[in-house]
Design a protein around this ligand. Sequence first.
Ligand SMILES: [Zn+2]
Ligand SMILES: [Zn+2]
Length: 409
Amino acid sequence: MNFTKKLSKNWRIAENAFFVFAFGFVMYNLATTYWHYIHGSEKSKGFISAVTMSMANHEYYVSVVFVMVIINTTLVSGEILWFITRLLKQEKGKTKGWDRYKQAFNEMSVSYKSSFLAMLIHQLLPKLVLINMFWIWAPYFQKFALFTISLTWYNWIYAYICWELSSWIFHYSCHRVRLLWCIHAPHHAPSNINMAVNWVHFFAEGYYSSFVHLLILTLLGVNPLMFIVVMAIDSAWGVFVHVSEDSLKNGQMGFLQHLVITPAHHRVHHAKNPLYIDTNFASALPIWDWIFGTLQPFKKEVKAEYGVTRELDVTNFTDLYFGEIYLLWRDVKDTGGLKNKLLYIIMPPGWTPSSTDKTAAALRECFLKTNPELGLTSRNKVLKIINNALKADKPKVEETAPVFVQNEG
Ligand SMILES: [Zn+2]
Ligand SMILES: [Zn+2]
């Protein structure tokens, strides 16, 4: 039976009430925080002193994280204010009275309900259940570091490339292992993309992310101070690449698209079209996507359709947040044999014991058979040049060898 239908109408009403509460709570907090900083800064307190005090105590990462949090919240709240202003303007001519507000609320629900409710859970659950594993694990992982790099400028570039590698591995595994997809899928469920989508994460995803990043970065010699700074920069970029199409229409950023992950790249990642599905896993630099062959530029021929491939009402937060876990549990329960049950957990989403046709890789491969030119990147050109060079280098005797063997047989 459909998960959506199982939920009672009353629960949906409660969800909306939570959304209104979360929205009011976040807006109130933002307003008072800004007031505090603006007011405090005049007397050298608040924002300025919070940054300078931690700088003076040599806690540079505190200053960096602090500034990044301010940048992130400013970006998100600015976009929300822009969204609301536009929405009310649009509705003014269309609907009147109570219906106007009802319509505005419905549209808000589609675009922002999941973000605010996920953030509410994120604020509550990690603090109640496990606090933040990153801070607890960091010193423990450091004990196993084989070496640690110094803070010279070129090592910062090395640290960023290592961070990108761990981000790629984390993100790729989330898309290719069904159990991990359960904790990553809420981020992909919204049918609109905007900066607040950056908040939509299953609360446990952060623990897995911390584990993968700490493990890889520690092994590669990156020290905790470096990855705190890199993480802060990455999180600010992470907010920006979710910018809505209304705020930044094309998002390809001209020549920069060859050097960094742009909003257009990340829109492709959030799209469910067969061409775009399971591509662009990188955070800020497209290096590892390029190397591993998962880079997919935006193509004007294929308009991005956001969301997940299954049927989902995005205003149903319970389904959006827990639906994948329920569906996995149902598949495991209904299949026979321990091997198939285990395979359901570790194989990619869409896999069944009888077919792999519905996996993202199969859908993309099938699409590219008829439209191969849409999936081409500079990587294909480089591989072609290497292949041709290898063919040219091969001695002639090798080419005739199989014919000789065939004749013998
Ligand atoms: Zn993803
Ligand atoms: Zn995203």
